[in-house]
Write a protein that binds this ligand. Structure first.
Ligand SMILES: NC(=O)C1=CN([C@@H]2O[C@H](COP(=O)(O)OP(=O)(O)OC[C@H]3O[C@@H](n4cnc5c(N)ncnc54)[C@H](OP(=O)(O)O)[C@@H]3O)[C@@H](O)[C@H]2O)[C@@H](O)CC1
Ligand SMILES: Nc1ncnc2c1ncn2[C@@H]1O[C@H](COP(=O)(O)OP(=O)(O)OP(=O)(O)O)[C@@H](O)[C@H]1O
Length: 241
């Protein structure tokens, strides 16, 4: 299939046959540099995640947003994670508010200015922080109609309450094989059939009202239940990123 080189990774996009299409798609999302733009216009990202135990995952999500071109990256985490994440990088803006009783309100005010949200990396599964606060924050994200990526413990939350994400067209779920299996079983009432991995992703996406699912693995399988069903194969060293 056609290939495009991005950094040291080579991606093969298997269902489109036009050479260079992926590169064109990437170019189309890069904003032009002009003299009238200012810091923030190329992307303000919110990462909801980070707990006493897990500080790496939210850091990587937030710093990756900056590395691919966003201007500002905020992390909304617990007190215990905050100083650690701040000291990984002076570039991140870190709000230690997830345990505050005003967490939802305060986060929601910040969300007014955000362009996209990532929910779940390193969030943990605390009944209050994850199942209560993060749940309410997800509702706020939906009210504001913001693009949303749900990963890690955000997927745990969504597996507890699949209706939370149902038919939210701006959601992208990024389960690994284990997270996918749990969400599939909860939603479909049976385990996914391993012999039909692509169909399983499509079926789950449909059952959740066509949210986009990126099932990670040796082949990432991406589907919105209808169009653009494809596999992305990633050729690089076995060391993963
Ligand atoms: N540095 C940080 O801040 C990070 C923070 N993170 C945080 O960690 C927390 C727990 O997340 P988790 O994935 O370890 O636990 P869970 O979902 O219970 O699964 C455990 C079971 O699933 C299996 N298994 C797992 N992955 C698999 C795979 N890809 N492919 C195949 N099998 C796989 C695994 O099998 P095993 O390897 O033991 O054989 C085991 O049986 C969560 O709070 C998250 O936010 C992480 O996101 C990482 C970095
Ligand atoms: N067996 C594999 N061989 C090569 N690359 C893989 C393999 N499995 C996963 N990957 C790559 O690693 C990425 C993350 O998939 P993985 O299954 O490790 O998810 P994860 O456990 O949620 O990891 P992370 O928390 O780092 O996102 C995939 O998108 C893919 O690019």
């Amino acid at each position: 299939g056609p290939t495009a080189k991005i950094g040291s990774f080579q991606w093969v996009h298997t269902s489109y046959n036009k050479p260079g299409l992926l590169l064109e798609m990437v170019q189309s999302v890069i904003p032009p540099i002009t003299f009238i733009s200012h810091k923030g216009l190329a992307g303000r990202i919110a990462v909801i995640g980070g707990s006493k135990e897990y500080t790496g995952a939210p850091y990587f999500a937030a710093i990756s947003a900056l590395k691919v071109g966003a201007d500002l990256s905020h992390v909304f985490c617990t007190e215990g994670a905050s100083t650690v994440i701040k000291s990984y990088s002076p570039e991140l803006i870190v709000h230690p508010i997830l345990e505050s009783k005003f967490a939802v309100h305060e986060t929601s005010e910040w969300l007014e200015r955000m362009h996209a949200v990532v929910l779940g990396p390193g969030l943990g599964r605390d009944p209050v922080v994850c199942l209560d606060t993060a749940k309410s924050i997800l509702e706020e994200v939906k009210k504001k109609n913001l693009p949303l990526v749900v990963d890690a413990d955000g997927l745990f939350l969504v597996t507890e309450y699949p209706d939370l994400i149902k038919s939210y067209g701006k959601a992208i779920l990024t389960p690994n094989i284990v997270e996918f299996g749990r969400l599939y079983e909860k939603t479909m009432g049976e385990k996914p059939k391993p012999e039909e991995p692509v169909l399983a992703v499509k079926v789950l996406s449909r059952a959740l009202g066509n949210v986009t699912i990126v099932k990670k693995g040796p082949n990432d399988i991406i589907s919105d239940g209808e169009n653009g069903r494809f596999k992305v194969k990633c050729y690089h060293s076995k060391e993963r990123s």
